[in-house]
Design a protein around this ligand. Sequence first.
Ligand code: ACO
Length: 328
Amino acid sequence: MTGRAAVLAGLGVYAPPKVVTNDDLAADLDTSDEWITTRTGIRERRVADADLATTDLATEAGARALKSAGVDQVDAVLLGTTTPDRICPASAPEVATRLGLTHAAACDVSAACTSFVYGLANGTGLIAAGIAERVLVIGAETIFRFMDPQDRTTSVLFGDGAGAAVLRAGRPDEPGALGPFDLGSDGSLADMLAVDAGGSRLWGPDIPREAHFLRMDGREVYRHAVQRMVASSQQVLDRLGWGIEDVDRLVGHQANARILEAVGQRLGVPAERCHINVGRYGNTSAASIPLALGDAELAAGQRVLLTAFGAGFTWGSTALVWPHIDVI
Ligand code: ACO
């Protein structure tokens, strides 16, 4: 590989302190710790207090990533989120300003649970094109509040959190260089996983209550998530010329432990190399990959495969050799 690459220079993670366990949810909902743990692997999730919005979590994770990278300025901030503070404006400019990034371009990246991987790809593009030397890519969500508290099929699955990465211009053969990327989408399945209200199609005072909450066809999402993450991962491996034995760690979007186990099995990655932290955080959507990278205890030199799938549908994968960085 030749040319300019985007290199991972720092990683920061933040989850709000409030823990909501399965038993806490079962106190008000017809569900149980046993059902949730068996079907999803989720034991607890973090939930942001009502006075915290996505920019608050994103700013904290962004500050930690800047510290991890040892930099105080970047050229662009890309905020991956499904739960921006407002429909307009985007949340990234506010985060950039609060971080003191006075000269940074800033915009949101909206690809649901794939947003962080799409953000990494967009950041890589800005760097490769010479538009930016450094990019801060954030994934942050306050998604728990978008669950209907009366809907046990969704409210047990999600949690809040944030993670952020600083990318810098570098060489493709350096540890930390990202790529190649495989990205895809299928809008014909948009209806499978959606929040219907608040956009231009359903707006105004007469919207039914349920339209403000996330709804999902769980079985279809499950099926497509496994298929797409496997095929997308394989694309990246093929382009790199890596075999499965070359993958030291598979860090997938943390939707559900069963999905991640199925992806690992179909790819042939042994279970001990598949990092799963969904038990502690639930599905944090755009934040899940950076949160998972944050506690995977990766060692410099390990070859890491990232893969994600989300509403849209969208999917994306990439890989890197883990660099010497301190996660904060
Ligand atoms: N507690 C108790 N019972 C429940 C709950 C719950 N929280 N949720 C559903 N059930 C019941 C259902 O009502 C159903 O009851 P019935 O047989 O009487 O009708 C029964 O459990 C089985 O329901 P299924 O939907 O068939 O359960 P399944 O084994 O498919 O598991 C799940 C459901 C966990 C949602 C699964 O389909 C799944 O993991 N899907 C993927 C969805 C996902 O992870 N989405 C995350 C967002 S998308 C993304 O990030 C990619």
